[in-house]
Design a protein around this ligand. Sequence first.
Ligand code: AMP
Ligand code: ZN
Length: 668
Amino acid sequence: MNISEKIFSLRKKLHDHNYRYYVLDDPLISDYDFDMMLKELEKLEKENPEHFDINSPTQRVGGDITKSFNTSVHGTPMYSLDNSYSLEDLKEWEKRIKKIIDSPVEYTCELKFDGVSINLTYKDGELLRAVTRGDGVKGDDVTSNVKTIPTVPLKLRENITGEFEARGEIVMPLDGFNQLNKKRLENGEEPFKNPRNTASGSLKLQDSKEVSERPLECLLYSVEDPKLFNNHIQFLENAKSFGFNIYDNYKCSSSLDEIFEFIEYWEKNRLNLPFEIDGVVLKVNDFYQREALGFTSKFPRWAMAYKFKPENTGTRLNSISFQVGRTGSITPVANLEPVNLAGTIVKRASLHNADFIETMDIRIGDYVYVEKGGDIIPKITNVDISKRSLDSEKFEFPEYCPECGSKLHRFEGEANHYCLNYNGCKPQIIGRIQHYISRKALDIEGLGQETVALLVNANLIKNYSDLYELKFDQIVGLERMAEKSANNLITGILDSKNIPFERVLYGLGIRYVGETVAKKLAKHFENIDNILNSDFDELISVDEIGEKIANSIIEFSQNSENVEIINSLKSHNIQFEIDDSNKNVSSILVRKSFVISGVFANFSRDELKKLIESNGGKISSSISSKTTYLVAGSNMGPSKKEKAEKLNIKIISETELSNLISGQNLLF
Ligand code: AMP
Ligand code: ZN
């Protein structure tokens, strides 16, 4: 087999295995074998750039950056669906249909997936474009992001010449959503509110690499080509053999009673599905009949959405309490009279912030309605004012921290109140130390989250550097602290002195500095002093560091108590510098700053970054007067090019970069 045959055969195999895994749920090979095959293909493609294929399985990993999405007009408009809420509504709908069609009508029933709609254009069997619904006529071209979703076929499994549009819904399954939020919480980031918004936000991310890490799934519900099928059931039954992902629970019937059974079944069982649905979609099965029915200005006459009512119940709001987070943010929580909702007992609901309480005029003692969709946290949707007692008073958001009594502050543009008593407010102190010792930070074995609270409450520690002053005698004898556990604790604390700088930096708990940001900062600045002494401009020039993060770092370093704590940590030999063994292979690019743009034949973007950094160069995400070189691949954004030219910044190719590094350059 020659190289090109080898590449084609690997691509075909990988497309097949991907399809078996994601669409058929019937894998033939292990994940490991799949990865090995993919690696092999990546290597061959890199060595033979003339065989580049935009729809190769290797292209799913992402890497393209889109600054602003191009608008694209849909081949046929993407209509919305008419809504119904009862069997009566459906009977009315059928009557309207029967006025136009006198032959028997069959209806298909499908789940109404709660995500974002997507319009996929295929040309000669290959994915050409993926566009959001937008205003129905035109949407945003999000192809490079959608390509990372494994259930979107890049190549169809049947040869179909010409162009057609396929439509579906991109959802984030609940398992993946919950895992993503778990990770965010561990990183000190706000959790996402619900899977639908997260799915739609994910499609608009600029970095497709980040999208590839979001657990998204595409469920197809139509193909806009009358030549391919005669009716909807035929489409549903055959779409899988094209390579499309179809959810199997659909039904076809001409009896409204049977259809209503389907609806009632899924209304009851929807919480058992792996993703969220908000109803059922009914469609006339036969395409000739559809044509006869046509469209109103807003929706097809041949389709109808039946929307579920979210699970909902009423109960009494007994009191409101406040949680103080480790960053000082105050979250009001409703304490409810316990009530059964969708199979679980609900006692608490988030009230989000002061505005939420104010807008809904929620008062203590009110009879409120609580709703639970697929969301994990129940929410208050309504207040029954008729049940309000006469002496009820408007709820006043506290002015002072319920934990430490200091005055609360609300930053401009932020919905939350904050307690600014950074070093004197107990839940903040405890929360910060708990974060410091957590697994991804200093990972102190033998010290649990509850023990931290115990130590703070016993006045033995008041910040994380105090941990290193703890003596065996002080802790032995505390609740559940026998000699052995006290010993383990002390050893665990000592061991944390070996934890690398980037994790220490993350452990400091600077607001918005999560795991990834800490890594970037550590790499760029190399030690803590460089970070704490850097100014705003320098901070935002670092790849992925924005204004919010920069300001938060500056705020942290201007707090003298923080500086003292850091000095004390230094005196205990905590790692505040990156490890020398990871340092550079050469320093040929020192003091040179690079921006990378476009697609490269010989390197992935990550490899290019590594190459530059390991030779002492710095990477920035945007061009400024401080940029030395713009490394340009194919398909580079025109705005980047323009900016570089305007600022007189040298534009070089990947080959020129390699030459620069190997010393054969004439550019310096
Ligand atoms: P709406 O946004 O309420 O007007 O509902 C229309 C949207 O429902 C469409 O744009 C699709 O994105 C979505 N939808 C979800 N599941 C289906 C389905 N099985 N068939 C058609 N549309 C669906
Ligand atoms: Zn406080």
